[in-house]
Design a protein around this ligand. Structure first.
Ligand code: G3I
Length: 352
């Protein structure tokens, strides 16, 4: 098993985990105050380099998911090798702090290492099944819920079946989704298998088509008796766009009618288009989260609510959606000094 030595400098062996757990006060974390599990995406490397980050996660979260660490780009340095160091470290941290664990993501168009571009059609199914089974089996009984296929729906019109172009769609056609789900079910029959999608909640735009296409895919999978337990509504909300409460509610109702659960998997607010100052941004962001969660909870209580990060200090949003006024983005429930914002109070109202 080859490991990126660069990363080894950051990741301590599991023997150090007991120390980490003791420092972070696992036995007394407030993460257990939730009625509906609330938690966050986690950057495994920061668990070692930023004690305040680690402590904030232990205090706030009763469920976690790796922001990075279990994607193809993280664990498949070559065709032959698996590198589970970051994934193991993350799972050990979560287990040491009695947190429920989600896995992300077994199959995605994104975060694919360069060598996968050379995967041929004849070998594609074998490689896909091998990957899914190896990863799911490694964490069987520890990772309770998997994003098996992340973002299967196309980002723009015109794709066959409205499916998102990927190596897997190109080599295997739409059947790649059922192949991945069946492989995951075989590797860990106890794991809940989820299809995870974004862009399903706003008024107008592409969201209308994505809702219809996502529902059509779910219906087809249920009709074909493919193992599937739930959907992930990512919830990367655009602060400058309204939530379509009726359409989102109808989607959740239709998902529930298919016997599927709902998880809010990656909640945050892309605030690039929101005018400042900070308290005005926070107020609008919290209202979008309230509208989003309100529409969902009115139809079906989610299995869990996870934000895609806990603190504004560490978020993907500034990389792609920096604020035009140059001020720091404010996408998450805690500010960059780990102080709760209005968004956290909204989440507490739904999940405590
Ligand atoms: O770890 C390497 C580091 O060694 C290297 O020096 C550095 C410079 O290139 O890159 C680091 O990897 C980055 C990784 O995040 C870890 O920080 C990748 O380049 C970067 O592309 C990756 O971005 C992540 C992205 O998914 C792609 O995997 C974001 O942090 C993460 O927030 C984002 O999350 C996605 C979900 O998985 C799916 N839903 C949408 C969501 C937001 O895009």
């Amino acid at each position: 098993m080859t490991v990126d030595t660069g990363r080894r400098r950051f990741l301590l062996g599991s023997a150090s985990l007991a120390g980490l757990a003791a420092i972070s006060g696992a036995a007394h974390g407030a993460g257990r105050r939730w009625t509906i599990p609330y938690g966050s995406a986690v950057r495994p490397g920061l668990l070692v380099t930023d004690p305040a980050y680690r402590a904030a996660l232990v205090d706030a979260c009763s469920i976690v998911v790796p922001e990075g660490g279990l994607k193809w780009a993280d664990i498949r340095p070559t065709r032959e090798a698996f590198d589970f160091e970051a994934g193991d470290f993350f799972v050990d941290f979560a287990a040491a702090n009695a947190m429920a664990i989600r896995g992300h993501a077994l199959v995605w168009a994104g975060a694919m290492p360069a060598w996968t571009a050379s995967i041929g059609a004849a070998e594609a199914e074998g490689l896909l099944v091998e990957h899914v089974q190896a990863v799911v089996a490694r964490y069987a009984g520890r990772i309770a819920s998997w994003d098996v296929v992340n973002e299967p729906i196309a980002e723009d019109r015109g794709q066959p079946g409205d499916l998102r172009p990927s190596i897997w769609l190109d080599r295997l056609g739409p059947s790649y989704i059922a192949i991945a789900l069946r492989a995951a079910a075989a590797a860990d029959p106890s794991a809940r298998l989820v299809l995870n999608e974004y862009g399903l909640e706003h008024v107008g735009g592409r969201d209308i088509v994505k809702r219809e296409a996502f529902l059509a895919l779910l219906r087809q999978l249920r009709q074909d008796d493919v193992p599937l337990h739930g959907v992930g509504l990512q919830g990367h909300l655009r602060g400058d766009r309204s939530i379509d409460r009726d359409a989102l509610g109808a989607l959740v109702r239709d998902v529930a009618a298919l016997g599927l659960s709902v998880t809010v998997t990656e909640l945050d607010v892309i605030d690039a288009g929101l005018p400042g100052p900070a308290d005005a941004i926070d107020t609008v962001a919290a209202s979008r989260v309230d509208d989003f969660l309100g529409a969902i909870f009115a139809q079906k209580v989610p299995d869990a609510v996870l934000t895609w990060g806990l603190t504004d200090r560490y978020s993907w949003v500034p990389t792609y959606f920096a604020r035009r006024d140059g001020t720091p983005n404010r996408p998450l429930p805690l500010d960059d000094a780990y102080r709760p914002k209005a968004m956290m109070r909204v989440i507490e109202r739904y999940c405590r």
